[in-house]
Design a protein around this ligand. Structure first.
Ligand SMILES: [Zn+2]
Length: 89
């Protein structure tokens, strides 16, 4: 079954934990999702119709093409969430 995917979203989730660890920001599920949502609102969505299996190579191509934008969007979002974290502990 082909499906429609925003592969910008796939790339963000692929790299987000590594970036957050590098810049010392909380990586709990709540913070990761908050940061991903803010970053994805800043990034251009990239919709593709894909069959299972071909996604990975496309994700890698997109990652290389937009890495700088993605890292800067995630970093900016992380600063906001770090200032006002919504996790409870
Ligand atoms: Zn957190």
């Amino acid at each position: 079954m082909p499906q429609i995917k925003n592969y910008m979203e796939e790339v963000v989730f692929l790299v987000i934990k590594e970036i957050l660890t590098d810049i010392n920001v909380c990586t709990c599920d709540k913070c990761v999702l908050d940061i991903a949502a803010i970053a994805l609102n800043d990034l251009q969505p990239k919709y593709i119709v894909t069959e299972k299996g071909e996604l990975y190579s496309r994700i890698n191509a997109l990652k290389q093409q937009f890495e700088v934008d993605i890292i800067s969007a995630i970093t900016k979002a992380a600063v906001l969430v770090k200032r006002h974290p919504r996790h409870t502990d």
